[in-house]
Design a binder for this molecule. Structure first.
Ligand code: NAP
Ligand code: 12T
Length: 340
């Protein structure tokens, strides 16, 4: 019998943290003891795990005593400060924030793409979980890159509000209710109304004219695929959808890849489900991607404007494959191959 582990979830009351607790239960991760951690605002709250109410504790430096695996999703500054403290206490940290992703000695892992990089957790005791939009894109890119070498990617995203956190989910719902009942619309999370609108703005603007979210897709894709030669350009857009990010992806490959060959490769790729039957109006949509763990790919077709080009459409549940599921998958490999 393999053993069970003491697991902390930092940010357990958040949109991602709650999904992490749910994923640990669903996937029957061997949890000996669950330690949900959050801010003092959550004192008195609890999380439900395997039918039991477990009280949320306040995150402190001492909270990691005996913790073997610490799943972080409480924002970058908490990860920066407490990640090394948890690692020092002997835990392996799997971090969902952008704090550690681009550190050269911290592995950035999507299990379907670069599971071998998990071994590098030994450098710092930290493994980074990529950005949600990057994860679903590289799951689809990997089999195509292996077969035909991707030279360039042009991606535009259509991202759900749940990516921003629980408050953004509530803001979209409240704005829709207000608009449909002629009440005043309140904006707090986003600088503009998100209900019935589209914002070409995710995370902060950088000096180069891109947003940080767009640059995450550029840099993380190269790191995860282990190939700096792949050129990526991205436009990240927020849409009034609750759960599920969609992406329009255009690739240029070195070798010719027909849509049929791409469909065949993708239909065999781990974690991918091809949904591509336009005759029956079947294509990936956030409503179908939400609540499950596969990355859906469809609208696969030739880009006639260049010699070796393809277009396709990728959708996944941003809180599951984009965050919690990917994190728990990493932890599963960690205990199977590295921790005993
Ligand atoms: P959220 O719904 O706002 O939840 C934030 C969580 O962090 C809550 O549990 C909150 O606890 C906790 N927290 C905040 N400040 C804290 C503090 N000072 N001390 C202890 N806990 C604190 O946000 P979310 O959407 O779950 O996102 C959380 C993190 O996940 C962010 O780092 C985000 O970048 C990352 N994320 C990653 C992806 C991805 O692409 N893989 C996707 C979404 C989010 P309280 O309830 O007590 O305030
Ligand atoms: N700002 O993990 O707003 O870097 O949707 C993920 C999602 C940051 C991240 C979002 C964000 C991240 C969002």
């Amino acid at each position: 019998m393999s053993r069970a582990y003491k697991v902390a979830v930092v940010g357990a009351t958040g949109a991602v943290g709650r999904q992490m607790v749910a994923c640990l239960e669903e996937r029957q991760f061997p949890v000996a003891e669950l330690k949900p951690l959050a801010s003092d605002r959550s004192l008195g709250k609890s999380v439900t795990f395997k039918g039991r109410e477990i009280p949320v504790e306040v995150l402190t430096k001492e909270a990691f005593a005996g913790v073997e695996i610490a799943l972080f999703s409480a924002g970058g500054s908490i990860s920066k400060e407490y990640g090394p403290i948890a690692a020092q206490a002997g835990a392996v940290v799997v971090d969902n924030s952008s704090a550690w992703r681009m550190e050269p000695d911290v592995p950035l892992v999507v299990p379907e793409v670069n599971p071998q990089d998990i071994a590098l957790y030994k450098n710092r005791g930290i493994i980074a979980n990529p950005n949600c939009s990057t994860i679903q894109m590289v799951v689809a890119l990997k089999p195509l890159h292996d077969a035909a070498r991707i030279k360039r990617v042009v991606v535009s995203t259509y991202q759900a509000v749940s990516g921003t956190g629980q408050k953004a989910v509530e803001e979209l719902a409240a704005q829709v209710r207000a608009l449909l009942s002629s009440q005043e619309v309140v904006k707090k999370v986003y600088p503009h109304r998100i209900a019935f609108n589209v914002l070409p703005h995710i995370d902060v603007f950088l000096d180069n004219g891109y947003t940080k979210e767009e640059m995450k897709m550029v840099l993380e894709t190269k790191k995860i695929l282990g190939d700096d030669s792949i050129e990526v350009t991205a436009t990240a857009v927020r849409v009034p959808v609750f759960y599920g990010h969609a992406e329009s992806v255009n690739i240029e490959t070195e070798r010719k890849l027909t849509p049929e060959a791409a469909r065949e490769l993708l239909s065999k790729a781990p974690g991918v489900k091809v949904v591509d039957n336009p005759a029956k109006f079947e294509y990936p949509m956030p409503l179908d991607a939400a609540g499950q763990d596969l990355t859906l790919v469809g609208r696969i077709r030739e880009d006639f404007s260049i010699a070796h080009g393809l277009n396709f459409w990728v959708v996944a549940d941003n809180l599951r494959k984009g965050a919690a599921t990917n994190t728990v998958q990493i932890a599963e490999i960690l205990i199977k191959d590295y921790l005993r």
